[in-house]
Design a protein around this ligand. Structure first.
Ligand code: UD1
Ligand code: CA
Length: 452
């Protein structure tokens, strides 16, 4: 992105609507598309255009949740009563007036917009010294949008909202309003209070088109090149439609970056995921949240990876990883579960039916078969026999297990934490270890006792 429209702009995102058509307890703009909240899409788009002065119009009900999602770095303005998009913009006026920034206004519920389209609008607005500009899409057959009306010379005269009784044939192609506008602050200052209420008491931002036309101000418009960019999210059917398009965009992006996705129809990759070259994603796999995958990995089939960092040359088969870190050359699965806080150093091998939680396994350690390793620190080259369990919970508190490098834990060992197994020590099959095992010693029995 060029950034040429950068600092002289203020962004306004309208996000105070009730979102009643979602029929949800969650604010509409916090519903997710490909793992990212709707509100983050216009925010990221503005950041891509280097607009960092951003005002977000929120409601008293959703301000706390939106602030928590977006964090600092924004101005929040509350619209106490959602009386329409025009009213929402008016709430932000005290922060706009008096400045010389041009104003970019975007709806908070249109996630498929591409930054190129908005940048084109901002550039033509600046170049033509326009007072009002807006983005449109042509050839739409759509009921629920604002429809652009032009006079014989092609000048925009007004926008008619579907809710106010369209005067057009429903099967004709129309030019629709996308919900992205540029304004000169002086134009807004003299026009915004001219917006009147419709019959249901709403004041539309789109009424500014007729107000501009009446005072002889020519409205500048640019077209989005892709029809899909205009798709908004007003109900859950639209949410799924938008998700399907965004998901396909993400899959195509990674395939073009050198990732093999064997069956794109069954693979789900969230927006913020990163994948290295020559990795292969097998069917029925979801990569979610902030997951990062290195190069030459094989992930799936049937795997779910949440917020995890996976280095190069790793293999994850039919497993679930949550907030875990894997270095390189590691195998996990089939059918294992890494819960939050698991860290596998290079060349660790986790086989089937192993649950790992808040546990560090150092280089080359092996847990091949049905084990629970929780709150443990495991040194390098440790063998964890089948059926080993770290008994980390005494019913009240959690306790740690330390297994030092080179230890050999025999099958079915119960390690009753807090407990330490010293370097190169061994436990016999079926041991219940309730005391620390000194370095290089062998313990067996229930409870285990030192026999040599
Ligand atoms: C709006 C446009 C329509 C356009 C369409 C594109 C108006 C009147 N109509 O319709 O021309 O084709 O978007 O998707 O603007 N909001 C507030 N406060 C309010 C009402 C809404 O902040 O009082 C916010 C919403 O949270 C939402 C955005 O404004 O993010 C758009 O509101 P919405 O009710 O979804 O407008 P549409 O009916 O989709
Ligand atoms: Ca909408």
């Amino acid at each position: 992105m060029t950034g040429i429209i950068g600092n002289q702009w203020t962004g306004v995102i309208l996000a105070a609507g009730r979102g009643s058509r979602m029929k949800s307890r969650l604010p509409k703009v916090l519903h997710q598309v490909c793992g990212r909240e709707l509100i983050k899409y216009p925010v990221e788009l503005m950041h891509q255009l280097e607009i960092n002065n951003i005002i977000i119009v929120v409601s008293p009900e959703n301000i706390a949740a939106i602030q928590q999602t977006l964090g600092d770095g924004f101005e929040y303005v509350v619209q106490y009563d959602p009386k329409g998009t025009g009213d929402a913009l008016e709430r932000a006026m005290p922060m706009i007036l008096g400045g010389d920034h041009q104003v970019l206004v975007m709806n908070g519920d249109v996630p498929l917009l591409r930054s190129q389209s908005v940048e084109k609008l901002c550039l033509s607005h600046s170049n033509k010294l326009a007072l009002m500009s807006l983005l449109t899409v042509s050839d739409v057959i759509e009921q629920e949008l604002g429809i652009i009306h032009r006079d014989i010379e092609g000048r925009i005269t007004h926008i008619l909202e579907a809710a106010d009784g369209p005067d057009f044939e429903s099967d004709s192609f129309l030019e629709a309003n996308v919900g992205v506008y540029c304004f000169d602050p002086k134009f807004l200052g003299r026009s915004i209070n001219k917006i009147t209420s419709n019959k249901s008491g709403e004041r539309y931002i789109t009424s500014l088109a007729a107000i501009a036309d009446e005072d002889g101000t020519e409205i500048n418009a640019e077209n989005c090149s892709k029809l899909e960019e205009l798709l908004g999210v007003n109900n859950r059917v639209e949410l799924s439609r938008v998700e399907a398009i965004e998901r396909q965009r993400i899959l195509e992006h990674w395939m073009l970056e050198g990732v093999t996705i064997q069956d794109p129809a069954s693979v789900y990759i969230d927006h913020d995921v990163v994948i290295g070259q020559d990795s292969i994603i097998f069917p029925n796999t979801a990569l979610r949240g902030t997951t990062q995958i290195g190069e030459d990995c094989q992930i799936g089939p049937n795997s779910l990876i949440d917020n995890s960092v996976i280095g190069d040359r790793n293999r994850i088969i039919c497993s679930h990883l949550e907030s875990s870190t894997i270095e390189s050359g590691v195998t996990v699965g089939p059918f294992s579960h890494l819960r939050p806080g698991s860290h596998l150093e290079s060349n660790v091998y986790i086989g089937n039916y192993v649950e790992v939680k808040n546990t560090w396994l150092a280089e080359g350690s092996v847990a091949g078969h049905f084990s629970y390793l929780g709150d443990a620190t495991i040194g390098s080259d440790v063998n964890i026999g089948a059926g080993t369990i770290t008994c980390n919970f005494d019913g009240i508190n959690k306790h740690n297990t330390l297994i030092e490098p080179g230890a050999f834990i025999g099958c079915d060992t119960l390690l009753v934490a807090p407990v330490t197994v010293g370097a190169r020590a061994s436990t016999g099959a079926g041991s219940v270890v309730i005391k620390d095992v000194p370095e290089s010693r062998l313990v067996v029995g229930v409870p285990a006792r030192i026999i040599r």
